[in-house]
Write a protein that binds this ligand. Structure first.
Ligand code: FAD
Length: 342
């Protein structure tokens, strides 16, 4: 690929500050943007440098104003019809434009579908390193480098990754791991407008339409409560009782890979290593054994309730509360109690 042969490498000596990608979709800021603002502010303060945000889209003036309430020093806006919907090429060209103008030493984006596609593209264009799916970020006092922590080998170890030579140091960060920036009443920070680079308009891909897989479905990565079903619930129809309990608790429905592979529920519900990484306040695992690949996706939940008829099931080792018994009896009984406000 031409871009990989000739990346536009920044001079590390000229790079200062932290820049976040402030994600928006359909004219609304993602809560991921606030999480990045919180994480970015802490890193910028540790370095004693500025926090920048890159906001890309079309007609996003109001969102830029809103971002001024989150303690960001400079909000860099690229506003163009070409950026109305996310496409890799124009978005990465626009973000590279901001990065080349700002020359941040660190670039952060949330590990959302958009972030996981955009940030690696930018890293290639800039010949910079990227640490994906981070769960911790810190500054090394001695070198002032970013120390990006991420799980490896299915979450059995945590690796600290340092990108010594190239700038910016790029990281995608898992959802709901970083404390979000608090909204302040008084706006602050300067809005800086940048032009879309001409090459961005000639994107090879075109946006046709966006189809929501599950209209009205809860975004699991942002849900406070998740009720998940595994192979132990017995079949697709049993997801009805899982959904009833989730509804009674105001939460979303998750699933193990075994349930997804069996075709009982769509992949978008899968929690785990090859599904979604979630961190709700309450995670209810119903008929799920607790394989390591499932645990890496949910064990950061604040409270875990496991329902399993096997008292030796590994899920009980991570559970805050364990209920040993048949899901078909326990789940409907819990849903009834919660619906009745019990
Ligand atoms: P099982 O392991 O079959 O467990 C079913 C459980 O239900 C058992 O503990 C049983 O005691 C209990 N049970 C049965 N009947 C009842 C009942 N009536 N009442 C109460 N309890 C009952 N898995 C994921 O979930 N997410 C991933 O992202 C993922 N990624 C993977 C990636 C790789 C590379 C690999 C190799 C595997 C991955 N897996 C993933 C699969 C994982 O290893 C397990 O196979 C899977 O999580 C098992 O799903 P389960 O717990 O629903 O099924």
């Amino acid at each position: 690929m031409e871009l990989m042969k000739d990346p536009e490498v920044l001079n590390p000596d000229e790079c200062r500050g932290v820049c976040i990608f402030a994600e928006q979709r359909r004219g609304a800021l993602s809560s991921a943007a606030m999480e990045m603002a919180g994480a970015g502010r802490r890193l910028a303060d540790a370095l004693g440098e500025d926090l920048h945000a890159a906001l890309l889209g079309h007609g996003v003036g109001d969102l830029a104003e809103e971002l001024r309430h989150y303690g960001i020093d400079k909000i860099h806006v690229v506003d163009d019809p070409v950026l109305a919907d996310f496409l890799d090429e124009p978005y990465s060209a626009a973000l590279c434009r901001v990065v080349r103008d700002v020359k941040p030493s660190i670039l952060l984006g949330a590990a959302t579908n958009i972030g996981r596609s955009l940030l690696p593209n930018v890293a290639v264009r800039l010949g910079a390193g990227l640490t994906a799916g981070c769960t911790g970020l810190a500054i090394d006092d001695a070198t002032r480098s970013l120390v990006a922590t991420r799980p490896a080998f299915g979450g059995t170890i945590f690796a600290d990754v340092v990108m010594e030579n190239r700038r910016p140091q790029i990281a995608t960060v898992r959802r709901r791991v970083m404390a979000p920036a608090e909204r302040r009443d008084a706006p602050s920070g300067e809005i800086v407008r940048h032009d879309l680079p001409p090459c961005a308009a000639s994107a090879r891909a075109k946006f046709l339409e966006s189809v929501d897989e599950l209209a009205g479905a809860v975004d699991l990565t942002a849900a406070d409560v998740i009720v998940s079903g595994g192979r132990g619930i017995g079949g697709p129809e049993a997801f009805e009782m899982i959904r009833e309990l989730a509804d009674a608790l105001g939460g979303g429905v998750g699933a193990s890979r075994a349930a997804v592979d069996a075709g009982w529920i769509a992949y978008s519900h899968q929690v785990g290593q090859t599904g979604k990484q979630v961190r709700p306040k309450v995670y209810v695992a119903c008929g799920i054994s607790g394989a390591i690949q499932h645990l890496v996706g949910m064990r950061a939940s604040d409270t875990i309730i496991a329902i399993n008829r096997d008292p030796e099931a590994p899920i009980f080792r991570v559970a805050t509360y364990g209920l040993v018994g048949d899901v078909h009896k326990i789940v409907p009984a819990l849903a009834k109690r919660f619906r009745e406000g019990g």
